[in-house]
Write a protein that binds this ligand. Structure first.
Ligand code: NI
Length: 169
């Protein structure tokens, strides 16, 4: 296993729509293991494949670090949100946007389907932090970051702050 480099805003791959996984082979298993190790090492509660430079529809998540709820480690290939309910406003960050958090409204409950790492069809329900994390990671597969979900005023503010941080470095 290896800790992979996490791609950061404004790298182009983060804006791309990722392709469906076609084959569940050894290479994919290695990628999954590396994504899990990268997530725990960050530390983070979710990682999507584009964040480690692979434009494929694959996510890993483990919210047990931040949530009392004992949800096991989740690996989802080609995940899709089937339905969502409620709306909850909460603070959110992203490993690809270091030192930035923002309040975002997201569904408080989602039903997601996909394949597990062996290729078996799975369906799962996420509430609370898991619901938010699943939506966040699936957004990554569609080239969407949290700054694409905030108001244009907030986004301009983020971009100005980002430009300033580049000048500092
Ligand atoms: Ni993220």
């Amino acid at each position: 296993m290896a800790v992979l480099e996490i791609k950061k805003y404004p790298e182009k791959i983060l804006k791309e729509r990722a392709s469906p996984v076609q084959e569940i082979d050894d290479e994919l298993q290695r990628l999954i293991d590396d994504m899990i190790e990268t997530m725990y090492s960050a530390p983070g509660i979710g990682v999507a494949a584009p964040q480690v430079g692979v434009s494929k529809r694959l996510i890993v998540a483990d919210v047990s670090l931040k949530d009392e709820e004992k949800t096991p480690l989740i690996v989802l290939i080609n995940p899709e949100i089937i339905s969502s309910e409620e709306e909850i406003d909460s603070e959110e960050g992203c490993l690809s946007l270091p030192d930035y958090t923002t309040h975002l409204k997201r569904a408080g409950r989602v039903f997601v389907k996909g394949l597990d790492r062996e290729g078996n069809p799975v369906e799962l329900e996420g509430t609370g932090l898991l619901s938010r994390t699943l939506q966040h990671e699936i957004d990554h597969l569609n080239g969407m970051l949290i700054i694409d979900r905030i108001s244009s005023i907030k986004r301009e503010f983020f971009k100005k702050r980002f430009q300033k941080s580049l000048l500092r470095d």
